[in-house]
Every structure is written in structure tokens, then in C-alpha cells.
Design a protein around this ligand. Structure first.
Ligand code: SF4
Length: 350
């Protein structure tokens, strides 16, 4: 049940309405550092990022944004708070989408942003965050919970609709996993607009990845969510790796290698850990749909191998049998397995 409405980011990427789910991250360079920001976006693109968000806190940043957009191959969302004039500059400079928290901008500013977005095809994200809900709504709910976020989202979605604008997506993020999931589930019942989902301020890489996988995963399994961001304190490339892995785990990322490997035990005959790690490193750079299984012995190895494109399992001490799409390919010393896998992949795609 992803959103029924489809929006477009200035005729580049479409979101919602059954389009593939996009992985998003945000630069953490100073936007005024044009070259550094372009370089970081390029690394993000290489890692599989579909949409990039860039803060636009000053006039200098808004000017730099134009140069950044001209040198970037994916849609750019300008993140705006408080000053509608920065949003106008960002739209003028080519931003594909503007992220605003409407509670931070007055109505005449919102009207001007909407008019500029209409004229250019720029999209808008209504970004509701539990930390910045309108005072009037907070007074009603006493705390920034899921219900308060959803009410804020619906009120602001109605405002944009009243201005004749529908090219927007919505987020309702909290750092609390349960409240985030509750908010998105409720919102998905009330609106048809695309939803950008994530757990905000999820924390350092390890705990933040788990929180995000639980929250984003639960929603995606409900059919809720059109773009995702894993929000981590760390390298932005980790956000993309984890985001892509969440999609991959749910079979929602078609151009990726899914590695199935066992935890090893005393029956293990081959170096499953080394082989799996090498395959995982290899898979980072390949955008192809493939399932590879690596198991340590014949207990489950042959069975998993029959469901994989390439199945590898320990057959005798240090030797692995490789099965390719159900047909035996050969038995190899464990040190030769990766070499053979590369040859097999080449034979599939060359
Ligand atoms: S597949 Fe074999 S080696 Fe791996 S954990 Fe299971 S029993 Fe152990």
C-alpha cells in the first residue's frame, strides 16, 4: 500500500504511486564548501544514494547550492528553516525539492514558496519533527507524540492543497521508534501523499542502524513509505549502506546481491567468514540482482544452494562445492572460491 499519489522532483525522479523506494541521505559538509559538498555527493551516488538533501542555512549556502546542483547527477533537496527567502533562492538555483517544516515559516512565506514551486516543478517535503511541532497543536496533546505529529502533518498538507499544490511528500519523524511507527501508520490511513520515512536522530552507527531497521522495516512491511533515510551519527555512506540493506532484506532492492551465509559451527569445513566478507565487499560495487549462499557444510548447504543463483557449501575439509542455478559447477579449494564466483558472475553478465 505505498502512496497512491505520484510526485516528481522537477521531472527527474518520481516518488510514490508504486515507484521503487528511494534511498536518501544528507550531506554534512558546509554547503558553502561547494567542492567538498559535490565530492561528498559523488561518493554517496557511488554508494547507491538516490536523493540527496543539503542544508541551506544562509544566502552563501543558497548560492553554492546552484553550483552543487549543476554538478550532481541525482535530485537535490534543499533543507530550509525559518527564512522563506532562502527557499526562493534555492528554487531559483535549481533545487528539485524543498524541505520545510511549515511551523517555522509564516503563511505569506509558505505562499511564496508554493508559487515558486508550482512555476518550476519543484516538489516540497513537509518535514514534521517531534522536536518542532506548532505550539497550538502541542498545547492540545501536551507532548510531541505521534498524534501531535500527524495532526500537524494533516493541517499543513491541507494548507498546501488549499494553495492548489499537491506535488509534496510528508515525513513525521521522532527519535522514538514506536512513536515514529505509530505516527506513520496513522498518517498513511489519512493521506495518499508519498511518505518519507525514517527514525530521526537514531544515534551512532550500530544502535542507530538497528533502530532504523526496526522502524523503517516495520513500516515497509506494512506497505508504508516511499523514500527512506537512515539517520546516523557518523559517515553518511553508512546511512546509504544500511538503507540499501534494509530494502535488500525485504526484497525491495532489485539491483543488489543478497548474500545468505551461515553463522558457522563445529561442522564448518570452509572459511565461511572470509568468503562471505569478500563477497560482501564485492557486492558493494555491483548493481546486479543475484542471490549467493555460503554455508559451512552439507547439513543445509545443498538445500540453500538450490535456491540461490550461486550456492557454495563446505564439502570436505577446506573444499567447497559450487552450484550454479541448480547445476553442479565444481569443487574448489576455499582459496579459489572467490575467483570462481567472479568468473561465474562475468559469464552471467558479459
Ligand atoms: S550450515 Fe553447517 S556449518 Fe553452517 S552453521 Fe549450519 S550446521 Fe554449522
Amino acid at each position: 500500500m505505498s502512496s497512491k499519489k505520484r510526485i516528481t522532483l522537477r521531472d527527474t525522479l518520481s516518488i510514490g504511486g508504486g515507484e521503487p523506494i528511494s534511498v536518501q541521505t544528507m550531506t554534512n559538509t558546509k554547503t558553502e564548501d561547494t567542492a567538498g559538498t559535490i565530492q561528498q555527493i559523488e561518493s554517496a551516488v557511488q554508494a547507491g544514494c538516490d536523493i540527496i538533501r543539503v542544508s541551506c542555512p544562509s544566502r552563501e549556502a543558497a548560492v553554492s547550492l546552484g553550483e552543487i546542483i549543476r554538478n550532481t547527477t541525482i535530485p537535490v533537496i534543499a533543507d530550509i528553516h525559518f527564512d522563506y527567502r532562502l527557499a526562493m533562492m534555492a528554487i531559483e538555483n535549481g533545487a528539485h525539492c524543498i524541505r520545510i517544516n511549515p511551523a517555522n515559516i509564516d503563511e505569506s512565506g509558505i505562499r511564496k514558496i508554493v508559487d515558486a514551486a508550482k512555476d518550476t516543478g519543484c516538489a516540497i517535503r513537509i518535514g514534521i519533527n517531534s522536536g518542532s511541532i506548532e505550539r497550538s497543536i502541542l498545547q492540545k496533546y501536551k507532548e510531541p507524540n505521534a498524534d501531535a505529529m500527524v495532526e500537524s502533518a494533516v493541517v499543513n498538507a491541507n494548507k498546501l492543497e488549499d494553495l492548489g499544490f499537491e506535488n509534496f511528500k510528508i515525513s513525521v519523524k521522532s527519535s522514538d521508534v514506536r512513536e515514529s511507527v505509530r505516527a506513520y501508520r496513522k498518517l498513511a490511513q489519512l493521506v495518499d501523499y508519498p511518505l518519507h520515512i525514517g527514525i530521526t536522530e537514531a544515534g551512532p552507527v550500530f544502535p542507530g542502524s538497528i533502530k532504523s531497521a526496526i522502524g523503517i522495516g516495520a513500516l515497509l512491511m506494512d506497505g508504508v513509505g516511499d523514500t527512506i533515510r537512515v539517520s546516523l551519527t557518523g559517515d553518511i555512506l553508512d546511512e546509504i549502506r544500511v538503507g540499501r540493506q534494509i530494502l535488500k532484506s525485504l526484497g525491495m532492492l532489485k539491483d543488489s546481491i543478497n548474500i545468505v551465509s551461515c553463522p558457522t559451527c563445529s561442522r564448518t569445513l570452509i572459511d565461511v567468514v572470509a568468503i562471505s566478507n569478500e563477497l560482501e565487499a564485492m557486492a558493494e560495487d555491483l548493481r546486479i540482482p543475484l542471490k549467493i549462499s555460503v554455508l559451512g557444510c552439507v547439513v543445509n548447504g545443498p538445500g540453500e544452494a538450490m535456491t540461490a543463483d550461486i550456492g557454495i557449501f563446505g564439502f570436505q575439509e577446506e573444499y567447497a562445492k559450487i552450484i550454479v542455478r541448480g547445476v553442479e559447477y565444481g569443487t574448489f579449494h576455499q582459496n579459489k572460491v572467490i575467483e570462481e564466483v567472479k568468473k561465474i558472475i562475468e559469464s552471467f553478465y558479459m
